[in-house]
Design a protein around this ligand. Structure first.
Ligand code: IMP
Length: 194
């Protein structure tokens, strides 16, 4: 029975959200540091799935415990899907929203569609499986809200930004929430009650 997972990440926000989503389902999430791994592998894959597998493999090989890794990003229609897998490296940390607003300043309302996408890789001794989730929205015209992280202040879902939603509201519609709930269904089917 897998009720304890290690999360292959150094991103405190991803870890917090994974805990918010999985702990009510009875799954405890340990950080890679808590599990004794100090990994920061080169994320040189060209898809979210490839990068999620790279991260999960590095930590699973270090700790030998069932491991999950999340690779995610923002795909903007008007930018041909950018920044996509490069979302973490699109701008200096904290500058991503301003840079995106700049690139989008002349884009009209009906062309501002975007989606957050996430692939979660689960890896254990028997192999690995991937789970995906996405959240459709649009890029706003200014930063709003102080919850969440990354691009949340400029990502509109209805008339609020993701950063104006509560943690529960975000997790119930987010790409990460969707992918992690898929993972939960897989584990439950494979292992019986978690
Ligand atoms: P990576 O998966 O470590 O390559 O990084 C994903 C990057 O995508 C993060 O650093 C954020 O910039 C962005 N991102 C992923 N998920 C979210 C989210 O839920 N909200 C806002 N930005 C996100």
């Amino acid at each position: 029975m897998t009720n304890k997972l290690v999360m292959a990440t150094n991103n405190a926000n991803k870890l917090r959200e994974a805990r918010e989503i999985l702990s009510p389902l009875g799954i405890e999430v340990l950080s890679q540091r808590e599990a004794g791994a100090d990994c920061d592998p080169d994320e040189n894959g060209s898809t979210f799935a490839e990068n999620a597998i790279i991260k999960a493999k590095a930590v699973f090989e270090a700790v030998g415990l069932p491991t999950i890794a999340d690779d995610s990003g923002l795909c903007v229609d008007a930018l041909g899907g950018r920044p996509g897998v490069h979302s973490a490296r699109y701008a200096p940390k904290g500058g991503e929203c301003d840079k995106l607003l700049g690139e989008m300043k002349d884009v009209p309302d009906d062309k501002r569609g975007a989606a957050f996408r996430c692939t979660v890789c689960f890896m254990d001794a028997s192999g690995h499986s991937e789970f995906t989730g996405s959240c459709e929205g649009a890029i706003g015209y200014e930063k709003r809200g102080s919850n969440g992280f990354g691009y949340d202040p400029v990502f509109m879902v209805g008339d609020r930004t993701m950063a104006e939603l509560s943690a529960d509201e975000k997790n119930s519609i987010s790409h990460r929430g969707a992918a992690l709930r898929e993972l939960y269904r897989f584990l439950k089917e494979r292992n019986g009650d978690i």
